[in-house]
Design a binder for this molecule. Structure first.
Ligand code: PEP
Ligand code: MG
Length: 325
């Protein structure tokens, strides 16, 4: 129970063999910050900015965005916030704000595709993020990246936004870090080619699982087939972690699996550096991490990728997770 987990507040998020995992929170609204702070989370690992549009049914102004981003950054103190640029389309907004309905929105105009297709809207958001970065620690992250070229293009627009602010003599963090979400199988497969362009990866297991298994993440009929422990998904994840570390960058996971203690042994075993979870899950996951031995976890991953049945591994994961409670 949560009451029983209160003892986890303020504890270091380290495995029993001393591997530190950064544990931060996912938010959509500023007010959700309170629970992250209360539970001692390391800032915000995913700020879903679509809420602006979903709330107002209109795109926010630069000033409005800059104000919200700066407020969240201030609340995150030294840990900072990872602001994800608009991920409109798909489940967030089946009907894009720019266009009519699509026959297959999950395979349609979504995330970075919309941003690159509407560079003025994108640049306004990037200017707002940059302006807020003068007031607190902020990182930027692009959603739904499929190939390195999209990251390069997005960064060109970021550079243009920076140049404008310099002209206007508006301050911003010139060393702001940029990350790519890895949530499309092609991006996972070319993670080594994307890595040189970014400072970090954050794996979106909700979409990565959906696209790898061809299982709609919001369709109840196929919900039993939606398994992030599928050997195929885990092999991809393992590939992403290796590509990140080979390139000297860190890699986090911000999909729902990060907040489910059943998966914690696998994520720790793969060497993930950061987990960003629902604010309510912070203490549960901290507790789980603190009970695990990373080499034992790595063996579990090895068995799974070598072909041990997913059911069996899930059972073992649960046993490990149960041991935690
Ligand atoms: C994901 O896809 O796992 C993710 C974190 O992003 P979202 O759920 O917002 O698509
Ligand atoms: Mg996603």
């Amino acid at each position: 129970t949560l009451g029983g987990l209160k003892g986890e507040v303020g504890k270091p998020t380290d495995t029993i063999d001393g591997k530190h995992i950064v544990l931060s929170g996912n938010i959509e609204f500023k007010r959700e910050m309170a629970m992250i702070t209360e539970n001692g989370g390391a800032g915000v690992g995913l700020f879903r900015t679509e809420f602006f549009y979903l709330r107002d049914n209109a795109l926010p102004t630069e000033a409005e965005q800059a104000q919200t981003y700066a407020e969240v950054a201030a609340a995150c103190e030294e840990h900072g916030v990872i602001i994800r640029t608009f991920d409109l389309g798909g489940d967030k907004l089946p009907n894009s704000p720019f266009d009519g309905p699509e026959p297959n929105p999950f395979l349609g105009w979504r995330g970075i595709r919309v941003s690159l297709g509407r560079p003025e809207v994108f640049k306004t958001q990037l200017r707002a993020i940059l302006r807020a970065s003068a007031h607190g620690k902020i990182r930027i992250m692009f959603p739904m990246v499929a190939s390195p070229e999209e990251v390069v293009q997005a960064k060109q627009i970021l550079e243009a936004a920076k140049a404008e602010l310099i002209d206007e003599e508006l301050p911003f963090d010139e060393n702001i870090e940029v990350g790519a979400m890895i949530e499309i199988p092609s991006a996972a497969l070319v993670a080594d080619l994307i890595a040189p362009h970014v400072d970090f990866f954050s794996v979106g297991t909700n979409d990565l699982t959906q696209y790898t298994l061809a299982v709609d993440r919001v369709n109840d009929r196929v919900a039993p087939l939606f398994r992030s422990t599928h050997t195929g998904v885990v092999r991809l994840l393992q590939h992403v972690v290796k590509a990140a570390h080979d390139a000297g960058i860190w890699v986090g996971v911000c999909g729902e699996t990060a907040g489910d203690p059943t998966f914690t042994p696998l994520l720790v075993g793969m060497g993930v550096d950061e987990l960003s979870v629902g604010p309510r899950q912070i203490l549960t996951i901290r507790h789980a991490i603190r009970q695990l031995d990373s080499s034992e976890c790595a063996k579990l991953v090895q068995r799974l990728v070598a072909g041990a049945s997913t059911d069996r591994i899930e059972e073992d994961c649960r046993a490990m997770a149960m041991r935690c409670y």
